[in-house]
Design a protein around this ligand. Structure first.
Ligand SMILES: [Zn+2]
Length: 459
């Protein structure tokens, strides 16, 4: 039967789908707090039986922490995996909530309906958009359009300690043609997105030592080299006047955007002035020959996150400190190699140290950027399907932060991941009064039905 029939089934079933989501939201599955361990089990059980109710072979799977929920249904065509997480963030401070976070309800907010409660958006509401799309498909067609694996985690909000081992141990079972991840948001209020670039991260934490003890500037000032003077000069020279990072080889592996993606980004009309004015700023600080949106999504960065040394207490002490320290981090893109950049950074810093100075590093592990290959035709099929549902065409976007799960699918399973989500910037995920627009929930389900149709029709 046609896609239109599935879509109207979704429309008719919206009240019942909302009731099911409210039921799931009532389970306080806070993963980080051991007091809610039983509730995490309950949420996993709820999902297992909900999946079973639409003909999916689902079970709870043990991990050293909270269980995974894994479900399968056989079918022809591509093998699609869907990932979401059933755990939620803690709710404190509780007194800032207008209602009990685990007594969710539909409320009016600024003229539209929202589902209010912890997890409404992140990620129970988002997760259920896919499940509900499958339910509607199943009830219209008696089956699902292809082989689908459901993979729900219960530790996403507490660092996913069991995820990598579980994916490794069950790689054959979880390997698929594409992984769909629903834990991101729209651009603005009505432009659907597929995240295809996630920046990596590298940090360097180090201390330089000059004189072997703190000195008095009345006695040594002028003749002794001050480590803070050395450090600040080193840090200041990491950027040139155009915002470019000066480390030799730093831009190796940084790629230019494909033309169609560049055009999509231009079409988003990112308003950097209002973005910056919200935090009291005016001027974009990245490479001056780049669009501001590129600075956040597709260009690498270098930032000093902390700097200390000498006397910083009340009053004044004319000390020439023995040591000065800093934390510097880099957001990485494309094929930049964290190890090569670490080496370049250290060579640069050490080449600038005066004779007799020493340096000590406290190393943290770096992670490269993740980049999805939009040459995989499934990306364009999904983008076209999303564009049919929303007022604005869907765009491939970057993400300035990191969402490690996407990289895990690629690295551990060799599967491309599509991050598609229907959250809004003001959903207040992780904060009091979390909400999810009822229209996002509804349109999210319709979007997945369209995507399933597009991915399976053309396979
Ligand atoms: Zn989430």
């Amino acid at each position: 039967m046609s896609l239109e029939t599935v879509l109207s089934r979704i429309d008719q079933d919206l009240p019942a789908a909302t009731e099911r989501l409210l039921e799931l939201l009532r389970i306080p599955s806070i993963s980080t707090d051991p007091a809610y361990k039983g509730d995490c089990q309950t949420a996993a059980d709820w999902l297992v039986s909900d999946l079973q109710s639409i003909g999916i072979q689902a079970e709870k799977r043990k991990t050293p922490g909270h269980p995974m929920v894994v479900g399968h249904i056989e079918g022809d065509g591509p093998h699609i995996l869907f990932y979401g997480h059933y755990d939620v963030q803690p709710v404190d401070p509780l007194d800032l909530w207008d209602r009990d976070p685990f007594d969710p309800a539909i409320e009016e907010a600024e003229g539209h309906k929202v589902i209010r409660g912890r997890g409404a958006s992140d990620d129970k509401g988002q997760l259920m958009t896919f499940v509900e799309a499958c339910r509607a498909w199943q009830s219209v067609n008696g089956t699902l359009p292809c082989k689908i694996t459901f993979f729900f985690e219960g530790e996403e909000e507490s660092g996913s300690p069991s995820l990598i081992p579980f994916m490794r141990e069950n790689a054959d079972e979880l390997k698929s043609d594409i992984a769909l991840i629903c834990d991101t948001g729209l651009y603005g209020d009505s432009t659907p997105t597929i995240v295809t670039m996630l920046r990596g991260l590298l940090g360097e934490d180090f201390t330089i030592t000059g004189p072997d003890r703190d000195l008095h500037s009345g006695m040594y000032g002028g003749i002794a080299m001050n480590p803070i003077r050395v450090l600040t000069r080193i840090l200041a020279d990491l950027h040139d006047d155009t915002g470019r990072i000066t480390l030799p080889g730093f831009y190796d592996g940084v790629e230019e955007l494909p033309e169609e993606v560049l055009a999509q980004w231009q079409g988003l009309n990112f308003d950097h002035q209002s973005f910056l004015s919200e935090v009291g700023l005016k001027e974009p600080a990245g490479e001056q020959d780049r669009m501001p949106i590129e600075m956040i999504w597709s260009r690498p960065t270098c930032d000093v996150n902390g700097i200390w040394g000498g006397y910083t207490g009340a009053g004044f002490k004319t000390v020439l400190p023995s040591q000065a320290s800093a934390k510097v981090s880099f957001r990485l893109v494309g094929k930049q190699d964290p190890d090569a950049i670490r080496k370049s950074f250290r060579d640069y810093v050490e080449s600038r140290l005066p004779e007799g100075f020493s340096i000590e590093y406290r190393t943290e592990k770096g992670s490269p950027a993740s980049q999805m290959s939009i040459d995989n035709p499934m990306f364009e099929q999904a983008r076209t399907a999303l564009s049919a549902e929303w007022p604005n065409p869907a765009a491939y976007v970057g993400c300035g932060g990191s969402i490690p799960i996407a990289g895990y699918f690629k690295d551990i399973l060799g599967t491309d991941a599509m991050l598609i989500g229907f959250g809004k910037d003001d959903d207040q995920i992780h904060s009091p009064n979390e909400k999810y627009d009822l229209s996002s929930f509804h349109r999210g389900m319709r979007s997945w039905a369209r995507i399933l149709d597009a991915l399976t029709k053309q396979a």
